[in-house]
Design a protein around this ligand. Structure first.
Ligand SMILES: [Zn+2]
Length: 157
């Protein structure tokens, strides 16, 4: 009897895990493809970052120095992630933002290092973009530390 209950709980958790996640990620612009399909349209570095939770070398993206007014989109699916007014110079070597377009990024806890970090990914394609820290400037005190090589900048000017 006890075993049967344990099985029931496990089954419920599994269902929640599968359907809970698909619910969290559901968005009308969702673009999901297999890894093989992503490899066809992404460079090896972009694939490593977006699909393998990778991190580019600091100061490797020209977007670190981008100061024009415009939009920062996900390079894989064109989801609008940040506006230039949300960007600031954190000095870390990665493009940094203190805010994002609400709902266009999703977060989850990443245990890749010894301590937990908040990882975030594009709501459109689920591609990994960076990590979220609480040492940003006013008014949010947040720092979206983004891989610049998986962003596409479109200037408004
Ligand atoms: Zn995307």
């Amino acid at each position: 009897m006890y075993r049967r209950n344990v099985l029931k709980v496990l089954l419920k958790s599994l269902i929640l895990l599968i359907f809970g996640n698909s619910f969290v990620f559901s968005t009308p612009k969702k673009k999901l493809m297999t890894n093989e399909e992503w490899k066809q349209i992404l460079t090896p570095e972009q694939f490593q970052i977006l699909r393998g939770n990778g991190t580019e070398k600091p100061f490797s993206s020209n977007l670190n120095y981008e100061k024009r007014e415009g939009e920062y989109l996900c390079i894989a699916c064109n989801m609008k992630l940040f506006h230039s007014s949300m960007k600031y110079d954190s000095g870390t070597g990665w493009p940094s933002f203190f805010n994002c377009y609400e709902g266009n990024l999703k977060t989850r806890i990443d245990y890749k290092l010894l301590y937990p970090r908040v990882e975030y990914h594009c709501a459109g394609c689920e591609g990994h973009h960076g990590h979220l820290f609480n040492d940003g400037p006013k008014p949010t005190f947040k720092r979206y530390c983004n891989n610049g090589n998986v962003l596409k900048f479109i200037t408004n000017i």
